[in-house]
Design a protein around this ligand. Structure first.
Ligand SMILES: [Zn+2]
Length: 235
């Protein structure tokens, strides 16, 4: 059972996350922080998303061909395998299928969950969100430059965690992106249920923000955890 600890750092809430400890077992926490100042970096993103930030993938980090999941508007644009586990941590039909199943599960249940919890969906525009997978935990090289726990480079604007705690996922609202660890399959090639829970958790944050449910970070974190439990995925 994962434990979520909420730390509220700012009233200016633009991102949120899901993290876990070094052993990928017992501790997760969610942290919120203001968006970093826009940088003068011009990469490939649609202008409606606003100025790019160093969190965004560089052109050389993007997939040559984005992967559209079998759920509305969710596209994988970055999926970098870990050097340590090159054959299991990158894109594969099995891993993509696992993400597809979770994405469909989320969409099949999100509206019902919202209704049952009296959450108001404020519009029905097409959901558009991007997914970036990269090395996350220690043994996957998560602290290496450009990876999910690169606190001094790509994710410098995010508060660093304790030494033994690693981010497993991070949803950047204004950038329409989920950044998460790449081990959809573990090193033996089996599906990693923790990573799938992280995906569902972050996707809830994305949907909540996109459809105007989000109003309070602590409430949203609780809802995300309740939602993954509702799906039978735990927290
Ligand atoms: Zn969260």
């Amino acid at each position: 059972m994962l434990k979520i600890i909420l730390i509220l750092l700012s009233f200016s809430i633009l991102t949120c996350c899901h993290s876990q400890n070094i052993t990928d077992t017992n501790t997760t926490r969610a942290i919120y922080f203001p968006a970093p100042e826009p940088q003068s970096i011009k990469w490939l993103y649609p202008t409606y998303l606003g100025p790019e930030t160093p969190m965004d993938p560089r052109p050389d980090e993007l997939l040559a061909t984005p992967i559209n999941l079998d759920c509305p508007g969710v596209q994988i644009i970055e999926w970098r395998p870990s050097v340590q586990f090159p054959t299991t941590s990158g894109p594969s039909p099995k891993a993509i299928q696992a993400l597809n199943e979770i994405c469909k599960l989320v969409f099949d249940n999100f509206y019902l969950f919202a209704q049952q919890n009296s959450l108001t969906i404020k519009h029905n525009n097409q959901f558009v969100w991007y997914l970036c997978l990269m090395p996350g935990s220690a043994k996957y090289g998560g602290r290496e430059p450009r990876n999910l726990n690169d606190h001094f480079g790509r994710f410098y604007a995010r508060p660093p965690l304790d030494e033994n705690v690693y981010y497993a996922g991070w949803t950047a609202h204004q950038r329409h992106k989920i950044f998460m660890k790449n081990d959809v399959l573990d090193e033996t090639g089996e599906i990693n249920p923790i990573t799938l829970t992280v995906f569902a958790h972050e996707l809830f944050h994305a949907l909540s923000w996109y459809y105007g449910i989000f109003h309070d970070p602590e409430v949203d974190e609780t809802l995300a955890q309740e939602f993954t439990q509702y799906l039978g995925l735990g927290v």
